[in-house]
Design a protein around this ligand. Sequence first.
Ligand code: ATP
Ligand code: MG
Length: 921
Amino acid sequence: MLTARAIRQSFIDFFLGKEHTFVPSSPIVPHGDETLLFANAGMNQFKDIFLGLRVPDCKRAVNSQKCLRVSGKHNDLEEVGKDTYHHTFFEMLGNWSFNDYFKAESISWAWELLTKVWGINADQLWATVFAGDEKDGLPRDDEAAGLWTKLTPIPAERVVAFGKKENFWEMGETGPCGPCSEIHIDLGPDRCDMQGVPGHTCRVNGDCARFIELWNLVFIQYNRQPSGNLVPLSARYIDTGAGLERVVRVLQNKQSNYDTDLFMPIIERTAEMSGHKYTSQLGNKTDNAFRVIADHSRTLVFAITDGATPSNDGRGYVIRRILRRAARFGRELDLHEPFLYRLVPIVADCLGEAFPEIRERAEYVATVIQSEEAGFGRTLDRGLEIFNSAAARAAGTDKKVISGDDAFQLYDTFGFPPDLTQLMAREKGLTVDMQQFEELMKEQRERARAAQKTDALLAGLADSDLPATEDLHKYKTDRYDATILGWIDADGFKKQGALPTGVEIGLVLDKTCFYAEAGGQVGDIGVISSRVERGASSENQHAERTTHNASRFVVEATTKVGNSVIHRGKLAEGSLSVGSAVTGVVSPDRNATRKNHTATHLLQWALQEVLGKSVAQQGSYVGPDYLRFDFTYPKVPTSEELGKVEQLVRERIASDLPVAWTVLPREEAEKLGAMALFGEKYGSEVRVVCVGASDGDHIDEAFSREFCGGTHVDRLGVIGGFKILKEESVSAGVRRITALTGQALTAHLERAGNVVEQLAALLQVPADKLPERISQLLEDNKKLAKQLRTAAKTGGPDTMTEARTLLDAGQRIGEAAVVVGRLSTTSVDRAREAIDMLKKKAKSAAIVLAYEEEGKVMLLAGVTDDLISKVKAGDIVKQIAPIVGGGGGGRPQMAQAGGKDPAKIDEALKEAINLITQKLT
Ligand code: ATP
Ligand code: MG
């Protein structure tokens, strides 16, 4: 039997043999495409090529793309588990022609691979073509139909035409698209799952499981514009997609995708954990749960590996929903503790060969999943109870509708995504009042919005209202001449007139060297002041003369709206107007920020060197005061590891290597392995900061390459030092490092040095003896505190006085005094002293003293030498200690014992009197 791995490879090899170039899958979380939450087809990464925005590196490509179909135009979530061939995550095998070959080759090669290489029975295969669409003004694809019968032995009656829904492929609402031709397989009449459904006949695109689509050949010729219009593309492309899981199932001769080696190891592990058996039946609740869990675990692994994390909006929410759905299905298998994370290594095993990234990040992914599962697990069982009673209520009514209120409570309090509630409702033949649910959601969102402070200055401002600012100067200089284009106040953008004084506004210039907050780096502060323009027109000079020479606008923050840089602050002195010539000077603070920014790149590099590939940036703060770097890592780094990181960064700083940057097409930068921030949107051109490269033409010299728009030092030496202040956890699998460089570090060390000096003077020891001296002081302090506590407790009657009272009250047997009694709480030392004192005072005595301390009993006995031939202190203690639940002993003259039962003290003392009396008389 061919393994899935071999099948994937045979697809790739087949097209390599036809002069295609292998292109790795793009991440499942697309960078730089706002129209798409997750990659949903092989063509996503080539979209710019189809649109003519990018020149391809090759004319023909072959790949296996990681796809997720859980949102937007392509959403197969509901099918998962219910059928045997729709997954949320799947691999799409594809061959591509970028204005090279077209329909004929793609059709004959697909046929060749399926029937000759893979040996699929040609009699089972069907082809479909586009029937045309009147509304879009598109003709029927007779060309494709003709090619099928001409180039392959397929009979004409097995080439059938379908409309737009089936045979016109579109990625989303807009974008490249075109007619397609699909290849379906007839799996035989007994695979039909709709037998007996009135009106059902088995046919291609006929809804039953007998016919399954294997491969889609898309002939991309149009671009769907936002208006809905189709515009022909200047070139023609081939985009094909074959679902690996479906191909594997056919070639491995299985009845379900889940029975292949792509899923069985996951299912087997789930069976092992749950004790339930998988029987591969459709319509069976337990089997369905197995399939959903297997499917969802793959989805979670791939999405989280590529940078999605469970959260409450966007991609994160999709992932959270999938995880919760899987956890809920786990309950069907009696899995009540987190279990999904334990499937991560299995998924990594099954697919890590083709996608090594899931192996590299497996531990991190497991940490994230486990913590999310644990969080949801705590409310899931309670939520299921609430759901069951809501469902019971709904079932008792005619409408069979679960109220939006209940669904909202399940969502809001128990974290049940509404589609999970709907799904569970459907399983019970109920529906959910989604309209009411949506209303409640809307109310909640409005409440949240009202609670959120809005930025008054920028509220309601559209990007289009503002002129663009040319701001590349920020990379070169801290001082730049410019002209005021306008300013923003609470009413919007002003294009003329004089700036108001003393109120916060946003100043917009034609050019600037101020850095606007982005990529974690803070926006610049500084001053923009008036300038007399030499060589300006007489009109301008006149304007300048009326302007005070020392007019100053103080910039307190710099932000960007669209392409416009907003200098936020106040006109502090003089007057400035639209059209004034000004000079902007950035505060020297930025030098400190630069050092921190480059150090952040060094830190990320060093972390990867020391901790490995699972380190990926999750966020950062780069300001003049310090730097903070959040990164994924499933464990707690040890102090040795952190020490190693610090050392590596310091070595690089000391090496004083240069820092350069360059601008590259995004794909090229990605190919170079430049590190991008997960989830960050990048344009088609990206700036890459290269640490260690002498200039932008020698970026191969760099040891660190990162996508970054920030400002950096020119040479590492100026960073001047590096120290990690703190390492902590931010959330599951995410760590945070706070560190200092440059001046801030020097100031920090100076402060720390001063403290040490002061301490050394105070304690009168050399600085290096401080730890020793201080631990001694702490030790002493502990002892004193204990003594103090005892003293406070014995603050009542004094032990000696008590002892004397006992002596006075005690009986005498002949010359010998029998002193037996209780002391208020005291210390062992004080009690011993009391015994010594009594011995001296009485000359001849047998003494037993007891006291209680913190629920425990202390017994002490003393006998003067003249009596020890008759009664021994050790014997007394040995005999009475068991009464208070203890034991002990000692010398004939002095002995002691502990006990656990203060309630029995009196009994023990009574026994002591008996014993002594007996021995002495
Ligand atoms: P179907 O009609 O079966 O849902 P589709 O028309 O949505 O398929 P395409 O968008 O053309 O499929 O994707 C190309 C190929 O990817 C399909 O021929 C199929 O083999 C595979 N495929 C599509 N969706 C899934 C899915 N959810 N799970 C597994 N494979 C899929
Ligand atoms: Mg589909």
